[in-house]
Design a binder for this molecule. Structure first.
Ligand code: ME8
Length: 502
């Protein structure tokens, strides 16, 4: 049985991770948790991109040997993923032998097929994005210096012998693939861009560097190293070596600035190698700060650890996927995080769970009637019927849409509490009170299932407060000693889920 296989980009190790990297990896983790939760065998791959000129330069500047430098920064990414509760199944580094062997194997195959040939590259190169830049796309800076249109940094002039990949020949096949597989390019507004770009005609690309030593040697020609993008893209496939239940990937999730690499070059490499293409390549938007892309090169990045120390891991995971549609850009500010935290997490969700749990404890001794006589109940008619719509949005990676729908339901549950006023019913209609509370608890149990991929700790805490008979991973030794363990299964108010922030 093929596993549902999700990938993130392999992040460069030139600097520590920031909110932008956390964003993609959290999104991939949310999708993986969602799929696992519905019983689908899932595989999440992430890792680090460690070769090339940029890393070579950064290692030199740090005074470390390249591999020691890579070890240290790659470790920071791993540490962050642990902190952010990312459940990845594999972590690949491009400096691992398992990867290097496969890159050489594929490079040699394409040379043999005649899809990689030797030539000469004369032109511009952007070290920040590790990409070749056309003269026409360069920006003229002071004193006529040519600058990268992306990073604004000076471009290098290269004149070297190189190997070319015959990308130009794959244009018609790529266009046919986009046409026949409408789900391949996502979201759909990005598809147009790619189709236009390919339709305009593709040029062959240089896939080796003569002057960069920190890379994988070209098979049979060790004076050249494999171009870092050709090297890195292959990770998605090299990581599947020895497993016949993974390739092709179900979805590659990437940022929009590297979409062409994934939607044009990568599929063309796979076509040249005779390998199946991934099912979907999804490009999300950028987190900006005061309107400018958050990036290592601009030094305007936000440290995810600082945010989690202040707001908690679940709140960061929630905010990143809630703030804007997956695909759009959004500005990161503590003010908008605090606003959503207080309104949506502390108030809409946290207060609701506390109120409901407290009422069941107070009015029903923490126990729900096992089978109340239900007809036209709120749980079924208002809440549970939304599951298919939410699942469909998750499947389409519309995390923002799914959270919107979930919070719509949470607001309806809040309105229901106010409308039915169980505290009044407890005085004059106990049977009705039981029924209303039963409905509310089951509704919240379902909601906690929906939010579980986004906020696993919060979902576990809600389960515990709502008496779901399961010891959550987060149950601590103190909980057991303080007697919470004995009360698992009973409904009771727990610690405040999201303490309000000033
Ligand atoms: O491009 N907003 O690595 P990288 C949203 N090694 N997402 C952002 C972001 C931002 N401001 N900044 C970074 C590379 N990201 C290559 C990839 S894959 C074979 C090789 C996320 O370290 C987003 O996913 O520059 C983006 O595409 C990725 O980090 C770039 O990471």
């Amino acid at each position: 049985m093929k596993k549902y296989y999700i990938t993130t980009p392999l992040y460069y190790v030139n600097a520590a991770p920031h909110i932008g990297h956390a964003y993609t990896t959290i999104a991939a983790d949310v999708l993986a948790r969602f799929q696992r939760g519905r019983g689908i065998a899932t595989h999440l791959l992430t890792g680090t991109d460690e070769h090339g000129q940029k890393i070579e330069d950064a290692a030199k500047a740090s005074g470390k040997h390249s591999i020691d430098f890579c070890d240290a920064v790659s470790g920071k990414f791993r540490d962050l993923w642990k902190r952010l509760d990312i459940q990845y199944d594999d972590y690949i580094r491009t400096t691992e032998k398992r990867h290097e062997d496969k890159v050489q194997e594929l490079f040699a195959l394409l040379m043999k097929n005649g899809d990689i040939v030797k030539g000469r590259y004369e032109g511009l190169y952007d070290v920040v994005s590790e990409s070749y830049v056309k003269e026409a796309d360069a920006v003229k800076g002071p004193n006529g210096v040519l600058l990268s249109p992306d990073s604004g940094k000076p471009l290098q002039k290269l004149s070297e012998e190189t190997y070319f990949f015959k990308l130009s020949k794959f244009g018609p096949r790529l266009l046919a693939h986009y046409r026949d597989n409408p789900g391949f390019l996502a979201p759909s507004n990005r598809a147009l861009e790619i189709v236009r770009f390919v339709s305009a005609g593709l040029e062959d690309i240089s896939v080796s560097r003569a002057k960069v030593k920190w890379g994988i040697p070209v098979p049979g020609d060790p004076d050249h190293t494999v171009y870092v993008w050709f090297d890195a893209l292959i990770n998605y496939w090299s990581a599947t070596a020895g497993a016949d239940d993974l390739w092709p990937a179900d979805v590659h999730i990437v940022g929009k600035e590297i979409y062409r690499f994934h939607a044009v070059i990568w599929p063309a490499i796979l076509m040249a190698a005779g390998l199946p293409l991934p099912k979907k390549v999804f490009a999300h938007g950028w987190w900006t700060v005061d309107g400018r892309k958050m990036s290592k090169s601009l030094s305007n990045f936000v440290d995810p650890c600082e945010i989690t120390q202040e707001f908690g891991v679940d709140a960061l995971r929630y905010f990143l996927l809630r703030e804007m549609p997956f695909g759009n850009d959004g500005d990161f500010s503590k003010a908008s995080l605090t606003k959503r935290y207080n309104a949506e997490l502390a108030n809409d969700l946290g207060n609701l769970v506390s109120r409901v749990a407290e009422m069941v404890d107070k009015f029903l001794g923490g126990r729900l009637p096992t089978k109340p006589p239900l007809s036209g109940d709120f749980y079924t008619t208002v809440v549970a019927k939304r599951t298919p719509e939410i699942a469909a949005k998750m499947e389409e990676l519309d995390f923002h849409g799914a959270l919107n729908a979930i919070w719509g339901v949470i607001r309806e549950i809040n309105a229901r509490v106010n409308e039915k006023a169980p505290w009044k019913l407890a005085k004059d209609d106990m049977a009705q009170c039981e029924l209303v509370l039963f409905d509310l608890v089951w509704s919240l149990r379902l909601v906690s299932g929906w939010i579980d991929p986004f906020m696993p700790h919060t979902a576990a805490k809600i389960h515990m407060q709502l008496g779901v008979r399961q010891f959550p991973d987060s149950l601590t030794a103190e909980d057991v000693l303080s007697g919470v363990k004995e009360r698992v299964g009973l409904i009771q108010k727990g610690p405040v889920l999201f303490p309000r922030k000033a």
